[in-house]
Design a protein around this ligand. Structure first.
Ligand code: ADP
Ligand code: MG
Length: 244
């Protein structure tokens, strides 16, 4: 695909002789909001981790604007500054303030001046409603607040694509909504997003495409109106029956 941002081509991953991803193929175009759903163990996190180069595939390719991302660390670092990732467990640095967490990568990786890094941090902390907490330590925040800071930190890199691996799974139920709302807002800004989630209503309402994975395969890849209303595959129907 000519205008794909990311292309995943025949991507396979095994841990020992356990095949976790089996010839996965899909393209990610500008502005797409792709939700990936599927049972635990189906390979969703491994797929995101391969896309972010946190895992090395056994075979197959990841391309970014047509160029294969190989094993050269400098290329991987440049790529990661354009394709960011938000984790279930936030991964904030607890020995730094909220502001310092948000300025670290833009200073170290993008070499922004202090002023520029500060301005970006404030802009994105405002965007997620966390500007009043710039001097707080992550340990003083709720899970929902921590995740909003982690999202702001990723946004400070001005990524082209953001990957989310179950961003609300570690949260108390009453905090899920505030994080989903931030993501819903982001989806309207033109940012390209790939989101692994168990929040089916969110996937149905916000994604432009939903992918159902099972046992290392993409079983179904369709607009949510189709996938949720009229799933073609029996395994998709079985999975959705448990959630809807
Ligand atoms: P999901 O995110 O859909 O729950 P994962 O991608 O985390 O699935 O895991 C898919 C399978 O790969 C699981 O069976 C898991 O145990 C296995 N797996 C994941 N990471 C590793 C690893 N580092 N070493 C060995 N097996 C792994
Ligand atoms: Mg997972």
């Amino acid at each position: 695909m000519g205008d794909a941002i990311i292309s995943v081509e025949e991507l396979s991953k095994a841990f020992g002789n356990h095949e976790v991803l089996r010839k996965i193929d899909f393209n990610v175009g500008p502005g797409e909001i792709i939700c990936i759903v599927g049972s635990s163990g189906s390979g969703k996190s491994t797929l995101l981790r391969c896309i972010n180069k946190l895992e090395t595939q056994t075979s197959g390719k990841i391309r970014y604007h047509g160029k294969e991302i190989g094993a050269v660390q400098k290329e991987i670092n440049d790529y990661r500054s354009k394709v960011g990732m938000v984790f279930q467990s936030f991964n904030l640095f607890n020995n730094m303030t909220v502001l310092q967490n948000c300025m670290l990568c833009t200073r170290k990786v993008l070499h922004l001046s202090k002023e520029e890094a500060f301005d970006r941090a404030i802009t994105h902390l405002k965007q997620v409603g966390m500007a009043p907490f710039i001097n707080a330590n992550p340990t003083q925040l709720s899970g929902g607040q921590k995740q909003r800071v982690a999202i702001a930190r990723s946004l400070c890199m001005n990524p082209e694509v953001l990957l989310f691996d179950e961003p609300t799974s570690a949260l108390d139920p009453e905090m899920v909504g505030e994080v989903l709302n931030v993501m819903k807002e982001l989806a309207t800004t033109g940012l390209t997003m790939i989101i692994v989630t168990h929040e089916m209503a969110f996937a149905r309402d916000v994604s432009t495409r939903t992918i159902f994975m099972d046992q290392g395969y993409i079983v179904e890849d369709a607009p949510p109106a189709e996938l949720f209303k009229n799933p073609k595959n029996a395994r998709t129907r079985e999975f959705l029956r448990r959630y809807l």
